[in-house]
Design a protein around this ligand. Sequence first.
Ligand code: KG4
Ligand code: ZN
Length: 357
Amino acid sequence: MLILGIETSCDETAAAVVEDGRRVRSSVVASQHALHARYRGVVPEIASRAHLERILPVVREAIAAAGLSLDAIDGVAVGVRPGLIGSLLVGTSAAKGLAWGLGKPFLAVDHVEAHLHAGSLEQPAPPMPAIGLVVSGGHTSLFEWPCEGALQLLGRTIDDAAGEAFDKAAAMLGLGHPGGPRLETLAREGDPEAVEFPRPLLGPESLDFSFSGLKTAMRLAILAAADTPSGDPAASASRLPPKRRADLAAGFERAIVGTIATKLRRAVDRLDAAGRRPCSLFAGGGVVANESLRAMLRETAAAESLELRLPLPQHCLDNAAMIAAAASGRLAAGESDPLWTPAEPLSRHGRRGAAGS
Ligand code: KG4
Ligand code: ZN
């Protein structure tokens, strides 16, 4: 079974062909980072125009790299939510047009759920039920993934996602866009104990996350280190010795990873107490490319006796192979979606399930 996946929810135009939900026959990602760098963030109008220019060449390249013709595809899957609406509309319209023109099934995929399916690519299926953790630029969410039925939200960020906090902190340190990977590189040179950042836990019971206070903590820490009581943190950071900036990056990274570790263990305990202990841990999203986070996930999985499915690094960031993987179970079961399925900016995972706080 061959699925053409398409992804355009934010600033990557991506297409991929995945066989039987696991084997990546091709995966093409055209990043727009260079277009948005000077604005220090993604500009929605620029993003949707760039998707429009790139989508058909990217799809053609994915089909050619898979060594196929379009006729060989069994279905077309696309991320329809959540994301920037103009960007989502480009991919969704392209996928619908292809599915209709080829007479093949159309499958609508939730982008956040797809991040969890990235762990299935090129790896054997783990035992279920599972717990899922998505850590991306737009989401920080914990899910219960039962053997049968839909993912249940256990907790999510009440303000900024972890990736967004990384990007904003990196901008304050003068590191440019996208900040997450640059902050990780700088953090490797620093001492994570040198500067203490808060670990926002939202009380002893909560499975939700809150990272916006960490941005304020970074701004205050930079201004204090530079001995400038107010002003532009990036200007102050540029006056700091490199080791001091690295210490700030390392302390910040440790606070985020430590907070996620606490919530993850809490969620496993909660499911255990409810008699629904997970057997596996799926993690996904751009921040899961971070080596400190990956190391923490390996440790937690070992300590909790969970089988870990970490996506390969190239499948952590937005890509279309995960979209195809997320659709494969439904297509194999003979399901598809109508062509009037809308693109939606918001996630449908707005409410927590019974085990969530
Ligand atoms: O999943 P993704 O590609 O897009 C969304 O769905 O949001 O995640 C992008 C986010 C960005 O915030 C980026 O800075 C962050 O993932 N990121 C990282 C690393 N690589 C990407 N954050 C920390 N460390 C990294 N190595
Ligand atoms: Zn994503």
